[in-house]
Write a protein that binds this ligand. Structure first.
Ligand SMILES: Cc1ncc(COP(=O)(O)O)c(C=O)c1O
Length: 379
């Protein structure tokens, strides 16, 4: 029955090593509002301007989520926030149809280099209703600001997507803004993967330079599965009535709690430890002769060039990573340290995880060692 399956999933999450860079563990207080009475509510519209009666408390909750996010990212009043997008991909589409005429040219980092599919990759709705051009990383896997300018001059996009699914380094938003300003391009930043580190003040903030920003809430901020749009001009008709109707009030309440938790010193400590863990892992892999793309990381994520099939091989041993294309066109894997750090992994744990990975990649069955390692997760 369902309860057994939920128990099984819970057990699995605590008896495997999860290095999926886009996942995390929520606190109990973030999880609780998701199964609250707010799930019963319809509240189409925005606080103070709803299509439904009896939503005074929903208004207060949505305003609390907005205000907490504003404080968290230290935003001035020129920024307005919409917490209704159902997730990161809808947030991107909703922002785009609000701000850029359909049929216009937009630009994304090519998917194989780390641009997210919801920025207009093949098969996405964005790709069908906009003309999508691409820019590329350098052969070292770093942002190539000259290429960004060259592609902008060549294709004259109305908007450029900055912020990626597969990029371990910090971004020079100022440099991109100067290019965008010179060529009259709207600079949009999707900070989904690194929002937690921006919130903690550990990575550059896009808000000083971007015209609009989107994020997911369930990755490094440890929130519920949701999306947020931040914009300097009112642009929310793409959310409602563009694509969505009733907001998910239970999720919005959970986002309010998430933003509150991200403002606590324990969260900053967590974010620092996550980056330290990823940096240490990159070092250990390099010392053992593995190729780490860009030579390291500034965030939770590292990219390793390894033999084809590594995702499967590690998965069989209870270690979860994602297959990716490395910058040289070879097979690679993306490892993220946000989940294991939430479960208490520090320096010694990272050493153990790296050695388990290297043994598994050499064909050794480490599944029982992985189980033993995860015993501390259950406490
Ligand atoms: C940069 C970026 N944007 C958007 C998304 C999409 O988020 P969601 O799965 O919530 O739609 C992702 C997902 O991993 C992402 O990496």
């Amino acid at each position: 029955n369902l309860q057994n399956l939920l128990n099984e999933e819970q057990n699995k999450q605590l008896s495997t090593i999860n290095l999926i860079a886009s996942e995390n563990f929520t606190s109990k207080s973030v999880l609780e509002p998701l199964s609250s009475c707010l799930s019963n509510k319809y509240a189409e519209g925005l606080p103070g301007d709803r299509l439904y009666p009896g939503v005074e408390i929903c208004d207060k909750i949505e305003i609390l989520a907005i205000n907490n996010l504003k404080k968290l990212f230290k935003l001035s009043d020129e920024w307005i926030i919409n917490v209704q997008p159902l997730s990161g991909a809808p947030a991107n589409l909703e922002m785009l149809i609000s701000l850029v005429d359909i049929g216009s040219t937009i630009m994304m980092l090519t998917h194989n280099h780390g641009g997210h599919m919801s920025h207009g990759d093949k098969g996405s709705l964005i790709q069908k209703i906009y003309k999508v051009e691409e820019y590329y990383l350098s052969s070292e896997g770093l942002l190539d600001y000259d290429d960004i300018e060259n592609q902008i001059v060549k294709h004259q996009p109305k908007l450029i997507f900055v912020g990626y699914s597969l990029y371990p380094r910090d971004i020079d938003y100022n440099k991109i803004k100067l290019i965008c300003k010179a060529h009259n391009v709207h600079m949009h930043v999707d900070m989904a993967h690194i929002a937690g580190f921006i919130a903690a003040g550990l990575l550059n903030s896009p808000f000083e330079h971007a015209d609009s920003v989107t994020t997911t809430t369930h990755k490094t901020m440890r929130g519920p599965r949701s999306g947020v749009i931040f914009s300097k001009k009112s642009c929310f008709h793409g959310v409602f009535p563009g694509i969505q109707a009733g907001p998910h009030m239970a999720t919005i309440a959970s986002v309010a709690q998430m933003a509150f938790e991200c403002m606590q010193t324990q969260f900053v400590e967590y974010a620092k430890q996550t980056i330290l863990n990823a940096k240490n892992a990159a070092l250990i892999f390099q010392q053992n002769g593995l190729k780490v793309q860009t030579g390291g990381t500034d965030c939770h994520m590292i990219i390793l060039e390894v033999e084809e099939g590594a995702e499967n091989l590690l998965g069989k041993n209870g270690i979860y990573v994602n297959s990716v294309h490395s910058i040289s066109g070879n097979y690679g894997i993306r490892l993220g340290f946000a989940c294991v750090t939430s479960l208490g992994v520090k320096q010694e744990g990272v050493v153990n995880i790296c050695h388990l990975i290297m043994q598994a990649l050499n064909g050794v069955d480490v599944s029982s060692k992985v189980k033993k390692f995860t015993e501390s997760f259950q406490k």
